[in-house]
Design a binder for this molecule. Structure first.
Ligand SMILES: C[S@@+](CC[C@H](N)C(=O)[O-])C[C@H]1O[C@@H](n2cnc3c(N)ncnc32)[C@H](O)[C@@H]1O
Length: 220
């Protein structure tokens, strides 16, 4: 438990320092999962999107440009400040709000108030399996019936799985970043009570990171 708290705090500092040293580090273009998500969200009739772990906002800003109302959260105020500046300069600040929030805490939103939730490489951060289950429970609470949850995670087929410092619970720290590599059973367990629409394998970046894009919806 003490190790979990220390790891969480050191990760938050690490992300703050990283965004401060490398503003806009993921670039301005949306990620491939965000482009896919925008179509899936539109097809489901979504108008508002909650993004968890939005960072400096490459995807939140894209959703806003696509016409969604976006609530972007992250535990790094530095990343969110960069997001707000970019929203302002793109003239879309009316459609994007930000909130500093650690996903290990309950989300401060009412039940069934959100149409769609997006989280690219957030559930695979330094979160215990218990934290991840609690978070998905929160997403379930605040999504409306028929709402869509689309998330991506690095998985146990990733080249960095097993490399660096082991923190237990499939969490490994490499180059200062701790990652919870998902086994397939965890994806299936998190879809319990949902409709699991798709688990799509893809790669991102130069390593490359090996990820799954998971789409699950709430029964109506
Ligand atoms: C790999 S980055 C991805 C950022 C963004 N989704 C993107 O793809 O551009 C993970 C993000 O999750 C945030 N994060 C990590 N742990 C978090 C936590 N416990 N609560 C909220 N945000 C967290 C980090 O600050 C970082 O912005």
């Amino acid at each position: 438990m003490a190790d979990e708290q220390e790891l969480a705090q050191s990760q938050r500092r690490h992300w703050q320092d990283t965004y401060a040293a490398h503003p806009g580090m993921y670039g301005e273009k949306p990620s491939e999962p965000a482009v896919h998500a925008a179509s899936a969200f539109s097809a489901a009739g979504a108008e508002n999107v909650l993004e968890l772990g939005a960072g400096h906002g490459r995807d939140a800003l894209y959703f806003a440009r696509e016409g969604f109302t976006v609530q972007a959260t992250d535990f790094s105020p530095v990343g969110l400040e960069q997001l707000r500046d970019a929203a302002h300069s793109q003239g879309i600040d009316q459609r994007v709000t930000t909130a500093v929030h650690d996903v290990r805490e309950p989300l401060p939103l009412p039940d069934a108030s959100v149409d769609a939730v997006f989280a690219h490489m957030l559930l695979c951060m330094a979160l215990s399996t218990k934290d991840i289950h609690a978070l998905v429970g929160e997403v379930r609470r605040l999504l409306r019936p028929g709402g869509v949850f689309l998330y991506t995670v690095r998985h146990t087929g990733d080249a960095h799985y097993g490399a660096g410092t082991a923190h237990g619970d499939d969490i490994f720290e490499h180059g200062g970043f701790a990652v919870h590599f998902f086994p397939r059973e965890l994806v299936d367990a998190l879809a319990d009570g949902w409709i699991l629409q798709e688990v799509h394998a893809f790669e991102e970046g130069e390593l490359p990171r090996r990820l799954w894009r998971v789409t699950q919806t709430l029964p109506r």
